[in-house]
Write a protein that binds this ligand. Structure first.
Ligand SMILES: [Fe+2]
Length: 180
């Protein structure tokens, strides 16, 4: 078994901490745990804001470097054709399909959230699927800096024999896993 238990928080660089903190609070429901100025601690030259969904200190860290001149990010990852490697998207999971569908409806009703894909079922097994992989249902939005965020439910799990099991617990016969 891997010694690492799980992937946990994500630190995202932003052009304006105030704007991003407000957005993650109001749009996605994050809570502000604590916010710190650049150089508040020796050797930390960036603003750091720790945000959480529930009881863990942070799932998201908002990072801003006051010394950096920020330029706009292309709207879509596939339009980012020159430059250093960037992250493509990060994802937040809902506990149930009902929660996921409710959140999508609420975000669309706001009218100010930039949707870039979905809702879509990532499956080549399910007839409703888009031909891709994971069995999760997802939609994709952009945060104020254009960072692409996936919100999903029902990601497949992997049975000991490598067969994928979907969010309803059904084995997806014919699927296989590269490494057990
Ligand atoms: Fe994803």
């Amino acid at each position: 078994m891997p010694l690492i238990k799980r992937m946990q928080h994500f630190a995202v660089e932003v052009a304006d901490s105030d704007v991003s903190i407000a957005w993650y609070r109001e749009v996605l429901g994050f809570k502000l745990t604590e916010r710190h100025a650049a150089f508040e601690v020796d050797k930390i030259p960036v603003e750091l804001t720790f945000m959480r969904l529930n009881a863990v200190h942070h799932e998201l860290v908002i990072v801003h470097n006051p010394a950096k001149k920020y330029t706009p990010k292309p709207a879509l990852p596939e339009d980012d054709l020159v430059g250093p490697p960037m992250f493509h998207h990060f994802a937040f999971e809902c506990d149930s399909r009902e929660d996921w569908a409710q959140l999508e409806a609420e975000l669309r009703a706001r009218g100010d959230v930039r949707f870039v894909r979905g809702p879509v079922l990532h499956s080549w097994v399910n007839p409703r699927g888009d031909g891709s992989w994971g069995e999760n249902e997802a939609f994709y939005i952009l945060d104020p800096d254009g960072h692409r965020i996936e919100i999903f439910c029902n990601l497949a799990t992997i049975d000991p024999d490598g067969t994928h099991r979907n969010g309803e617990g059904v084995r997806m016969e014919g699927t296989k896993t590269a490494e057990l």
